[in-house]
Design a protein. Sequence first.
Length: 385
Amino acid sequence: MSIKNINTLAVTAGINKDAHHGAVVAPIHLSSTYALKGFNEKRQFDYSRTGNPTRALFGETIAELEQGSVGIVTGTGMAAVHLICQLLTPEDTVVIPHDCYGGSFRLFTHLAKRGQFKLIVIDQNDQQALTDALAQKPKLVLIESPSNPLLRLVDIEEVTKACHEVGALVAVDNTFLSPALQLPLTLGADIVFHSTTKYINGHSDVVGGVLVTKTQELGETLAWWANCIGITGSAFDSFLALRGLKTLPVRIKQHQENALQVASFLKNHSGVDAVYFPGFEDHAGHQIAKKQQSGYGSMLSFEVKGGVEAVKKLFDNLSLFTLAQSLGGVESLISHPSTMTHAGMEIADQLEAGITQSLVRISVGIEFIDDILADLAHGLEQSQK
Ligand SMILES: *Cc1c(COP(=O)(O)O)cnc(C)c1O
């Protein structure tokens, strides 16, 4: 029986596959090395940087969920981004969105400064800018949808089609939605990647990454590089991330239910100037979200009335929300992109990307909704005093 349902795929990964002891849950294989059967007689695994059973199971499971061929587990999400850069030479051009994850922005701009490739930074919803960038015949185009922290959406299918016409590879950062809500490979992308630190692990206790390719060939090239440069993830982290993955669909369900209520609450609050949430009909990307996502996710951002002083008062008066970077864990987190996640970007670049001093980002957790709303209500009331 071939199973396609994501809830079942996530739960059944590695279950009852242990031929040796019949362990129901797949064990953690911590051994760094594997004995050969005899002279020049290798088993499936020989050395854990190259391949490890626990990591392989996690990678195969994500590849299955993303409907791709090869899943490569990396030590961090940034390692997955860096792995993609191994495909580039100094003659190649890369196109990235102006509002991509701060760490990705920093990596691409600094590697470009060192001459490792040419870089074009654009707003991918600006048709002219996209056409001009593609006229340069880029080797790689990075898409991040929804973007961080303003939840801007890019039509993955349409942009990918245009990229393929000029021979560019398309890599999509799917961290904000997870395979439970968006499947970029089915929309045409060549590579999808995640910071598994976020929704996939979901418990804020692992830093990790994963990358899935549509074709076997590209997957083998990148797996070769992952072993060569030594950025593969650990067995222990793979075990934890796989355990987290089992509840991904049910966590996402609760995250989304809560996020919808938080977004509506903020929209109607007098201390809030604007709310960025793709679930709203007046959000610029709402139609794209409806088309390519199976839910609106649980990330949102908003502008607090009164600028940075009001933001500080809001943070000082919250008790359920934790002021911290990161996202996608079961607990609700709040952050100030300008001084936190996007601090690696020059202020001018931040403003160009729409990141103001009064912008606040929330990762809505799965706590009881009334407690979440009460905390926000109290914080916002104090912020306006
Ligand atoms: C966190 C994050 C990354 C980087 O992942 P790490 O695990 O922190 O290295 C990349 N993209 C997005 C959208 C992220 O949120």
